[in-house]
Design a protein around this ligand. Structure first.
Ligand code: HEC
Ligand code: HEC
Length: 327
């Protein structure tokens, strides 16, 4: 059943005036904000374990605010002790992504939010169960009324409110942004400045982790195969984007993640297999793992010195930004 069908005739339009979200330095204009009451409801839902079948696990249990809204564990344990095989990505700046999940299988944050609640290895709930749990809580009913005009609880209302909160999680104005877009030549150390040069040219990173003239999402939002997660037999166990498109060329391809706040979100890659930024840089110096679908943009970085590796890591560490206060 689709979310729209579950919503029945109940309207899921917010009441009230939307908050005005401003882009921090280095980010483009964000999608429009929702009214404050909707954002408050979404925040409460995001941090509420009652969205999981046994009341033990919130969204924030895997997207941990202290770890850049990502999971410090390579694979997150779900409610039944089950584990998926992917690392929980950061939800900072998720408002900008044209698709959600490592394989891009959800088109929007609204569509994405129902996934984890119903996923058996994550929150393990049913749509009816989630709605009942939210309904059972008088505070939630009150917040529903403030956000939507009446107390009716539907899955669509829940997912829309969560998405409204996520859209406020904007974070830019990092030392890198102040240096490149703010004209502050003292914002980056010399190491990080050299690292930026390597990132854009010799190390080829900006071919996929892209920069525009007045902002940088640090992702092309496309799917590439780097050969991450190869097993000893030389196979890639996770088909990645292939699961969505059925195209052989997409086998083992994953969405290019943004690198903003990357120093906070170890471990790295779709399977959480690389522990540190140094390991990531070493992986790229080697040109990824050879396989039939390896992206041709990826090339071994020949004559890449130890100093250059350190410079590149220093640059990646300069991408940690400041949260925008929600008005
Ligand atoms: C058990 C851990 C777990 C819980 C609980 C969880 N997530 Fe996730 N989340 C993940 C994992 C793992 C992925 C990546 C899965 C994939 O790409 O296939 C993910 C992906 C996402 C993404 C996509 C981000 C991107 O850049 O593509 C968003 C947004 C998100 N989750 C929001 C939520 C919300 C909202 C909730 C609560 C309703 C939630 N998550 C609950 C583990 C979790
Ligand atoms: C061909 C496109 C491409 C190029 C070139 C590229 N990347 Fe990536 N990057 C990706 C993709 C795709 C992923 C996710 C791969 C996966 O998990 O299978 C990724 C993942 C990462 C991650 C982990 C992010 C996270 O949230 O886990 C880091 C850090 C990173 N890249 C840094 C770099 C650096 C530094 C360079 C240059 C040396 C570089 N990338 C070059 C496409 C690229």
């Amino acid at each position: 059943m689709t979310v729209a069908a579950l919503a029945g005739c109940t309207k899921a339009d917010f009441v009230g005036t939307p908050v005005r979200l401003r882009a921090p330095l280095g980010l483009p204009a964000p999608p429009p904000g929702a009214p404050a009451a909707a954002v408050a409801l979404g925040k409460k839902l995001f941090f509420s374990p009652s969205l999981s079948v046994d009341g033990s696990l919130a969204c924030a249990g895997c997207h941990q605010p202290g770890n850049g809204f990502a999971d410090p564990r390579p694979h997150s344990p779900g409610v039944n002790g089950g584990r998926g095989n992917r690392n929980a990505p950061s939800v900072w700046n998720a408002a900008y992504w044209s698709s959600q999940f490592w394989d891009g299988r959800a088109a929007s944050l609204e569509e994405q939010a129902a996934g984890p609640m119903m996923n058996p290895v994550e929150m393990g709930h049913s749509s009816r169960g989630v709605v009942a749990a939210v309904k059972a809580n008088p505070e939630f009913r009150q917040m529903m009324a403030a956000a939507y005009g009446d107390e009716t609880v539907t899955l669509e209302r829940i997912t829309k409110a969560i998405a409204a909160y996520e859209k406020t999680l904007l974070r830019g104005n990092s030392p890198f942004d102040r240096f490149l877009f703010g004209g502050d030549k003292t914002a980056l150390s010399e190491e990080a400045q050299r690292g930026l040069g390597l990132f854009r040219n010799k190390a080829r990173c900006a071919l996929c982790h892209t920069l525009a003239a007045d902002h940088a999402l640090l992702t092309d939002q496309k799917f590439h195969n780097l050969g991450v997660g190869m097993d000893p037999a030389g196979n890639l166990p996770d088909p990645g984007r292939f699961n969505v498109t059925g195209r052989e060329a997409d086998r083992g391809a994953f969405r290019t993640p943004s690198l903003r706040n990357i120093a906070e979100t170890a471990p790295y890659m779709h399977d959480g297999s690389l522990k540190s930024l140094k390991e990531v840089v070493d992986f790229y110096v080697g040109g990824g793992n050879a396989n039939p679908q390896l992206d041709p943009l990826l090339q071994p970085l020949t004559s890449f010195t130890r100093q250059e590796r350190t410079d590149l890591v220093a640059f990646l560490e300069s991408l940690t930004g400041e949260a925008v206060a929600v008005p």
